[in-house]
Design a protein around this ligand. Sequence first.
Ligand code: ARG
Ligand code: GLU
Length: 705
Amino acid sequence: MKNLKRLFLSIFILCSLNASSKEGMWLPMFLQQLNFAEMQAMGLELTSEDIYSINNGSLKDAIVHFGGGCTAEVISGEGLLLTNHHCGYGQIQSHSTVENDYLSNGFWAKDRSEELTNEGLNATFIKYMKEVTSDVLANEIANMPEADRREMIKSLGDSLISVEIEGTHYEAIIKPFFKGNRYFMFVTETYTDVRLVGAPPSSIGKFGSDTDNWMWPRHTGDFSIFRIYADKDNNPAEYSVDNVPYTPNKHLDISTQGVKPGDFTMIYGFPGRTDEYIPAVAVKQITQVLNPAKISIRKTALEIMDREMRASDDVRIKYASKYASVANYYKKWIGENTGIQKTQGLNRKREFEQAFMDAVNSDDSYEKYAGLLGVYDSLYTELEAIALARDYFIEIAYRGVGIVKLANNVSKFVATGDVKDLENFKKTIASHFKNYDAHTDQLLFDALFAKYETEQADSEFSPDYFSGKTYSGETVFSKSYFSSIEKLEELLNSSPKKIQKRLAKDPAFKISSSLYAHYRNIIYSDYRALEDELDRVDRAYLKAMMEVLPDYRNYYPDANSTLRLAYGQVQGVSPLDAISYGHITYLEGMMEKYVPGDYEFDLPEKLIELYDSKDFGPYADDNGMLPVCFIATNHTTGGNSGSPALNAKGELVGLNFDRAWEGTMSDINYDASRCRNIMVDARYVLFIIDKFAGAGYLLEEMTIK
Ligand code: ARG
Ligand code: GLU
């Protein structure tokens, strides 16, 4: 009887561990303390030192922040890096022309001399991290204005950093955690010679494109391969023909064992941003006001770009990267809204707030927290119109219409007349026009400005531009110097005085300077002031909830582009009534989706041949089929693209690249029953390199288990 009781108890503990086990993006330095027991119970076979250690080559030494936005990992002793196709997309695109179209055809360097250099691309390792809270807050006083607090942290932080990195080639950065209740320093080493080694054609690397983006079941081989180069001492160096492949402290072993449901997995990488602790009013504003506005603006822009891209190969290549990035969050916000609705996310937040208030009211010493939620209500009410105006500005003037953005680049020179500012402007021209089509941009101008004007005219933050003289797209694009590189360059051959005078009268410049000035002086300054207020409340509220409701939920710091570990299990999902998805997809599914000639679902001839001959080599699953992607319950977000999915032994079994649409609200409200991250199966990556691309020589550098 007693034993039976104990058995039940341990089953209960295991189940509750499982239930709480998947949410969170954890700081590697605290794994031993916070997560290790649970990770072990879920199957981990490593020590926490194997995952993160300051001194020895631990897994963290194989992980890099790739180009500042994605993650990549070292997979050979000679600096080979694996990341997503969509993370290397800009680079692959920049080496592509209509004649030499690596986006469409793929690219494989046959030897090191063919590896392609990428200006501006870098790979950053984390050497170590440490807590610096008490140092940077040394002079904190009660009710310090936020600006002063920031200033204090910056100046104390800067001196800490300069002491820390003195005499090294490292850099360091200090970031706030737990809404500024704690601070950590990250000491980094950045390599700047990172070359493109290989990429599959988009029909593999981007298979399913935007229709399948954020979707499960998925069949995208979203990977590309780069290599880090170093100087002869293995240190970071600018590109040089004398540079040599980087020798890492640690590279990941690759497993061809595959995964099955229930298997432990972890994702090691650089998640960008989450907002898990915002109040219900904020969730309401995001899902009911801001997301719908941005979704509608982007829908308009996407329809225009799509039409023009389908009509011309030139426009297709120029706008491919831009289209993908606009489409990506357009779709994510739709998924996020649906997910919040489906999981009653708003109610869940309200229930939490009720529990918080109950706890606060139950103890006199918590009285100081009683007003927090009320302050949130009034701040978010005040924020609404400003945040909306800010989104319109960003989506249209800053991101949506190219000519307005380009004109803003010269605003400093027009104001100062300083030739240095003119030279700086000149540096931005070539890259702007490389991916520019004036006709498409004019269509965007007309549609987006019409929307801007009608939808923001009644706002108290409506730009002055709309109440004065406005311009039609036709006038702007026929009169402006900014609509063609020839017109602009011809003008730039004249004297600085003349250039300054002409540009000041240019219609695109006038629109741009009016909108940007209004944004800086009115929208942003009000927005910043309110954000300062909100930062203070966020800090107090998170501290309060951890104190008042310590066991209500898991508390982990929101993502902030620093190195984190998420862990979970391989698992299917059933997001809708009577619908349930398996955990893995196979090449069969690609054949089912195949639409010959389609720009999203076409397949390369070679892949079809391999499918027909079932020539999968050692990469097939036990059932003889070729695995493509799989899903698990790891808590991930944007920035985790390219992160390795590691098994219980720390071997690479997959490459993270997406989340399932129904769970994209995990950024504000994670729910283990719906949230899944999507990975390319490592076996598929190897198969494509080896059997499809015939680049098996790359496999020789890797450690394949
Ligand atoms: N949704 C993935 C991420 O957030 C992939 C995006 C790239 N693909 C695309 N079709 N836009 O980055
Ligand atoms: N595709 C995302 C990225 O670029 C990762 C997917 C997500 O947001 O979870 O980082």
